[in-house]
Design a protein around this ligand. Structure first.
Ligand code: PEP
Ligand code: MN
Length: 352
């Protein structure tokens, strides 16, 4: 797949691309006031949810089509680009009829291939940028599949929105970042712009700045930030919204690093990393050889492969040691589990 790098004419390609506006359009006045303040701070792309997917019935489910008229006013009076979330072919038709400039697909919709295909069919032959949020579950193939359906319908201005992933356990984040997933997305689809949504990821306004900085440090392309003229009174997602003034402050404090610049010193350090990786691989291969030898011994003596007590002893000892050496216990556990799994695989080959 090859994607257009410019989503909207006249919006600077310099990072970060910024999309801002309330979680939901609530009233004409709230929409116009928020948009006016954002526009004064130089924000060019406005977001507002018209149809809101709520987890439980009875919550505020959006103002519906009447809100499209307010977005039209933002576009005509302030010259901003306007965008909203679409979840059904009817939403798509209504948003296009209202002449919106950009659409986004929510995390619940992106997780549903039937819904994605219907939306893609409704967009066949329409030239409008579409942003695809990551599905609620951490499934990269599902995310790419959603993007592919749009691409196959002829949409070529596509970007991904990383908004984090649901988890059952309580956590400091509302949705876990799991950065390795968008990092892998970048490797798989290098030309696809990636926009971070620190609002839904953090779930709290204090987390917007640090998460945005992390996204910039990973060289992601933009930010979509929920912004409201009176955040505490918002009808949805109040805890994670900021005023346009606070957003402007956050954007001004971001450090944008220049990734193209590879200095001499960095190349030297990278060579050292390569050398260490070589050593790690050589050591791992040696360890596998010993493990195979153990496998042959176990086979001869009729012993089972899995020796839980020994495995437990290795885990405990090394996890403790890793901690003392400044590495996280979780990290060491993951590494050892992967090594152990590979050893067991080698020994099973021998037992056959
Ligand atoms: C939103 O952007 O307001 C929204 C509902 O987000 P998500 O689909 O990421 O939950
Ligand atoms: Mn929201």
């Amino acid at each position: 797949m090859e994607f257009e790098s410019i989503l909207l004419d006249g919006v600077s390609a310099a990072r970060p691309l910024v999309i801002a506006g309330p979680c939901s359009a609530e009233t004409e006045e709230q929409v116009m006031t928020t948009a006016r303040q954002l526009s004064r701070h130089g924000i060019k792309i406005f977001r507002a949810g018209i149809w809101k997917p709520r987890t439980k019935p009875g919550g505020f489910e959006g103002v519906g089509v009447s809100g499209l008229e307010w977005l039209k006013r933002v576009k005509n009076e302030l010259g901003m680009y306007v965008s909203t979330e679409v979840a059904t072919p009817t939403h798509v038709r209504e948003a296009l009829a209202a002449d919106l400039d950009m659409l986004w697909i929510g995390a619940r919709t992106a997780a549903n291939p039937f819904a994605m295909q219907e939306i893609a069919d409704a967009l066949e032959g329409v030239d409008i940028p579409v942003l695809v949020k990551n599905p609620v579950n951490p499934d990269l193939e599902l995310w790419i599949g959603a993007i592919e359906r749009l691409y196959n319908a002829g949409v070529c201005r596509i970007a991904a929105i990383h908004r984090g992933f649901s988890s059952y356990e309580k956590n400091m984040y509302r949705n876990l970042p799991q950065w390795r997933i968008p990092i892998e997305l970048r490797r798989r689809l290098p030309g696809l712009p990636i926009i971070c949504d620190p609002s839904h990821m953090g779930g709290r306004r204090e987390l917007i700045a640090p998460i945005s900085q992390q996204a910039m440090d990973l060289n992601f392309d933009g930010l979509i930030v929920e912004t409201h003229c009176n955040p505490d009174k918002a009808w949805s997602d109040a805890a994670q919204q900021v005023t346009p003034d606070v957003l402007d402050f956050i954007l001004n404090t971001l450090v944008i690093r220049n990734v193209e610049q590879v200095t001499e010193g960095l190349e030297d350090l990278r060579r050292k990393i390569d050398e260490l990786d070589n050593q790690l691989l050589t050591l791992l291969a040696k360890r596998m050889e010993i493990s195979e030898e153990i496998g042959r011994y176990k086979k001869e003596k009729g012993m089972p492969i899995l020796q839980s007590a020994r495995y437990g002893e290795i885990l405990n000892k090394r996890v403790y040691q890793a901690h003392a050496m400044g590495m996280s216990e979780n990290f060491m556990k993951t590494v050892l589990e992967a090594i152990h799994e590979e050893s067991v695989r080698h020994q099973m080959e021998i037992m056959k």
